[in-house]
Design a protein around this ligand. Structure first.
Ligand code: MV4
Length: 458
């Protein structure tokens, strides 16, 4: 086992990783920008190293500075968290070349899944159903038009180096295709330094369901069930839950086992998430994430498995030690992402936390690096906390979630807590009847049940 881990991240996830290290008897090194000297992850770590000025490119994305920090502190391994360098294959390679262990999948698998076209082709060969569409980069407008008319409009133009919904263009008919391709190509080049595009059939009104995988790289691959992440605004997830209210037990077992089987065929190591579109009757693979995800706690709450602990143990060469049959799924869990922002306009609200009281009690978990007197810097993501609630049933979970959100006091900045309270009071949400477009309409149109509103409007 490692003696010392460098945590190449900030905020709640840096703290989350620190906690797992502590429980394994591992020393921690925090790295930080000059804006984060007073941050909780820096205060709690055994050692800390300042990387540079606030802009991420000069601090949390500054690979030479992070490697230097690992060298001067004599760390054994580097945990990248999520975001920042977590899915950067070159970073993983450089970490390993300098003699440190990268706590994550192999460089080969990070690179493979970073190319969304290769990822799809690979998962198709491994037996997963994939979204209909081209299985190679689009080479010309004429070829794109041919593929689109074959699969039928509407189609979605996506960037091969994209993911997470950035740079996608929906195209409803052939007239719009050349313009969409040009726009997508320019956006992809600017955002990802690659203008490689591919085309898929566009599915409207679907759910976004993802399966958590755990693999030790020596033959043991299990799944830890699914998460329903359909409630998103501008491709940012707002609330996630497990199990999905949309699946029955047969579908749940089937998609879990299919995912684990495909990942087994790849020889994958580490945690991973297999993302699907669910149409209400069929699953289609879209992407795989090779990092720990923001919403990993909902899976931890229903399985009792500490995913960060498992990541660290796997990276140190320890076999999994249990099999699929040993996993017991218990109850229901929901996570609300709390952002420092206006709950109506979504304008970020950085600043000083004047008062702070976190909820607690049975089945309530708060992952956050906030404290009273802390000043949220304006340079980074606005997510400041996650409230994760577990209950024996979805209903118990919802009642507990309302109680926990009502108990949470954060003063000095605006937060999205009021939005979450409105959201979980909505009949559609209570009934589990929502898709990936539901939240945008809710945010725009008030609190009415959208099912009943459309009936009333008709
Ligand atoms: C799609 C899709 C519909 N059809 N692909 C968005 C995130 C990224 N992982 C993939 N995403 C999607 N891919 C096809 N072929 C719908 C989504 C999607 C979405 C689209 C518009 C608005 C919100 C969305 C939320 C989740 C997924």
């Amino acid at each position: 086992m490692f003696d010392k881990v460098l945590i190449a991240n900030r905020g709640e996830i840096a703290l989350r990783i620190h906690r797992a290290c502590r429980e394994l008897g591992i020393h921690t090194v925090a790295v930080h920008s000059t804006a984060d000297s007073e941050a909780m992850h820096v205060r709690l770590a055994d050692e800390s190293v300042c990387l540079g000025p606030p802009p991420p490119g000069e601090s949390y994305l500054n690979i030479p500075a992070i490697i230097a920090a690992a060298e001067i502190t004599n760390a054994d391994a580097v945990h990248p968290g999520y975001g920042f360098l977590s899915e950067n294959a070159n970073f993983a390679l450089i970490v390993e070349e300098h003699g440190f262990t990268f706590i994550g999948p192999s460089v080969r698998h990070i690179r493979l899944m970073g190319d969304k076209i290769e990822a799809k082709a690979t998962m198709k060969r491994a037996g997963l159903p994939v979204v209909p569409g081209g299985d190679a980069p689009v080479r010309s407008d004429a070829e794109a038009a041919r593929i689109a008319s074959e699969i039928g409009y509407p189609v979605l133009v996506k960037a091969a180096a994209g993911g997470g919904g950035r740079g996608m263009k929906i195209v409803h008919d052939s007239d719009q295709l050349p313009q969409a391709l040009a726009g997508a190509r320019a956006e992809a080049q600017a955002s990802f330094a690659s203008d490689i595009l591919y085309i898929e059939k566009y599915f409207d009104g679907v759910r976004h369901i993802e399966v958590q995988i755990l693999a030790d790289g020596i033959g043991n691959v299990i799944h830890l069930g699914e998460r329903d992440c359909s409630l998103q605004r501008r491709h940012q997830k707002v609330l996630e839950e497990s199990p999905s209210p949309a699946l029955n037990d047969d579908e749940r077992v089937e998609i879990g086992e299919q995912s684990a089987q495909a990942i087994r065929a790849l020889g994958y190591r580490g945690v991973g998430t297999v993302e699907y579109l669910y149409t209400g009757s069929a699953f289609y693979f879209i992407e795989m994430n090779t990092r720990l995800q923001v919403e990993h706690p909902v899976t931890e709450m229903v399985t009792g498995i500490d995913l960060v602990r498992e990541q660290i143990r796997i990276a140190s060469g320890t076999p999994l030690g249990y099999a699929q049959g040993d996993i017991a799924f218990s109850g229901h869990a929901i996570e609300c992402r709390i952002n420092a922002e206006n709950p109506e306009t979504f304008v970020p609200s950085p600043g000083r936390i004047e008062g702070y009281h976190a909820p607690g009690g049975l089945g309530v978990r708060v992952d956050s690096a906030l404290y009273a007197g802390y000043t949220i810097p304006p340079y980074y993501d606005s997510m400041i906390a996650k409230v994760i609630v577990h209950g024996a049933s979805r209903n118990e979970c919802l009642m507990r979630l309302r109680r926990a959100l009502e108990e949470y006091v954060i003063t000095g900045v605006e937060t999205s807590i009021p939005l979450h309270l409105r959201l979980i009071a909505n009949p559609d949400f209570v009934n589990g009847v929502y898709d990936t477009r539901w939240l945008e309409r809710f945010v725009a149109g008030g609190d009415k049940s959208q099912a009943s509103r459309s009936v009333a409007d008709a």
